[in-house]
Write a protein that binds this ligand. Structure first.
Ligand SMILES: *Cc1c(COP(=O)(O)O)cnc(C)c1O
Length: 398
């Protein structure tokens, strides 16, 4: 066997292993825009699995803003920001994000994955420490791996463990200590305990970094996110987030924080220095999205009313949910096969959901993660509840 043949046969074996465990992920092409209904191969399905919390992904105002920005600023930049890729609208969007979140400044990245990937390495050295929640998003985990800071991990939302790890970091002589957490843990819809986390940070002289991807736009007053929701915005030092969820759902990430932090990231963050500027369409739509979102109390009210109605209906039908208020509503099923069977039954009934199982969630905690959208109507939800009830009975989940 040649070297190339041997390599490709290793790839094929790995793929066969993934398939044998029933863990192959299959992508289903949607013909048309993201919305409360999606066209899956000619079938119009009710969609309960997008991060499209405010329903802006196909909003005509964003499409118009994107088109307008392309007319005035062109299609692409063909440059990283620091060479010749910064337009006036990039700086305008950064200032707009910073003002929205109540921070000095912000810096755009191609995605929040890149924002988290570049942050820790640029800001922390080997004499520093990061204390990270065990359920943090993969991009935070990777970003911490790329930094030379010493790593401490605390059990998800366990404040005693956080206190222990902060003490350990201090007694190991760390110069700066940064706590890193998701604002909302996306598999469960649980909110990070920011009041306790920021209080512990104060006690131990630590900084707090929050990734608010599953909150920006709809949690807290005007959708300013979990730090504002908990009333601790001035005690959260650094925020990261995405334009790829509630804020229109295209792509683009950012870090917002104190001026020296943003200035240093512009000098040192590798995904910023070595990757292309965001395209004008995305930047123009991002500016419009923030204007819409800031004034969208009606959409936020509809979103949370939907979440309450949906939770109550599922509970009444006998499903086991994780408690909470967030529009992520996980329906707990236990075994992966049950979650897969349930997703298939729902599919047959015109409801599009995603099953989550190991390794994305712990073994025995397989689930269907449903997500609410402000634009789903009561009739949509009641139709979906009927489908869940039938499907749940068909697979023996209720
Ligand atoms: C979605 C998500 C990301 C990645 O955001 P992109 O902009 O899509 O790269 C990072 N962190 C968290 C917590 C997320 O939910």
């Amino acid at each position: 066997m040649s070297g190339r043949e041997a390599f490709l046969s290793t790839m094929a074996e790995t793929l066969a292993g993934i398939a044998a465990e029933g863990l192959t992920k299959r992508e289903r092409p949607i013909a048309g825009p993201q919305g409360t209904r999606v066209d899956l191969g000619g079938r119009l399905m009710l969609n309960l699995c997008a991060n499209n919390y405010l329903g802006l992904a196909d909003d005509p105002r964003l499409i118009a803003a994107a088109g307008g920005a392309m007319q005035t600023h062109g299609f692409g930049l063909a440059s990283v920001r620091f060479i010749c890729g910064t337009q006036d609208i990039h700086r305008a969007l950064e200032a707009r994000i910073a003002a929205f979140l109540g921070k000095d400044d912000a810096i755009l990245f191609a995605a929040c994955f890149d924002a988290n990937g570049g942050l820790f390495e640029a800001l922390l050295g080997p004499e520093d420490a990061v204390v990270s929640d065990s359920l943090n998003h993969a991009s935070i985990i990777d970003g911490i791996r790329l930094s030379k800071a010493r790593r401490y991990r605390f059990a998800n939302a366990d404040m005693e463990d956080l206190d222990r790890q902060l003490r350990a970091a201090r007694s190991d002589g760390a110069r700066h200590v940064m706590i890193a957490t998701d604002g909302v843990f996306s598999m469960d819809g649980y909110l990070a305990k920011l009041p306790e986390i920021t209080a512990l940070a104060e006690t131990h002289g630590a900084l707090v970094m929050v990734d608010d991807c599953h909150a920006t736009g709809f949690m807290g007053p005007q959708g300013r996110g979990t730090p504002h929701h908990h009333g601790v915005a001035d005690r959260v030092d650094i925020l990261t987030g995405t334009l790829g969820k509630a804020l229109g759902g295209a792509l683009g990430g950012y870090v917002a924080g104190p001026q020296p932090v943003i200035d240093l990231l512009r000098q040192r963050a590798r995904p910023y220095l070595f990757s292309n500027a965001l395209p004008p369409a995305v930047v123009g739509a991002g500016l419009a999205a923030l204007d819409i979102v800031e004034a969208a109390d009606d959409l936020r009210a509809a979103l949370f009313a939907n979440a309450r109605h949906w939770r109550a209906g599922l509970e009444k039908a006998g499903f086991r949910l994780l408690p909470g208020e967030h529009p992520i509503v996980p329906v707990m099923l236990g075994e992966a096969r049950l979650a897969q069977a349930m997703a298939a039954e729902l599919d047959r009934r015109g409801v599009y959901v995603a099953g989550f199982f190991f390794p994305v969630v712990p073994k025995g905690q397989a689930r269907i993660r449903t997500q609410m959208n402000a634009r789903l109507t009561r009739a949509d939800l009641d139709l979906a509840l009927g489908a869940f009830e039938e499907a749940g009975k068909a697979v023996g989940a209720i």
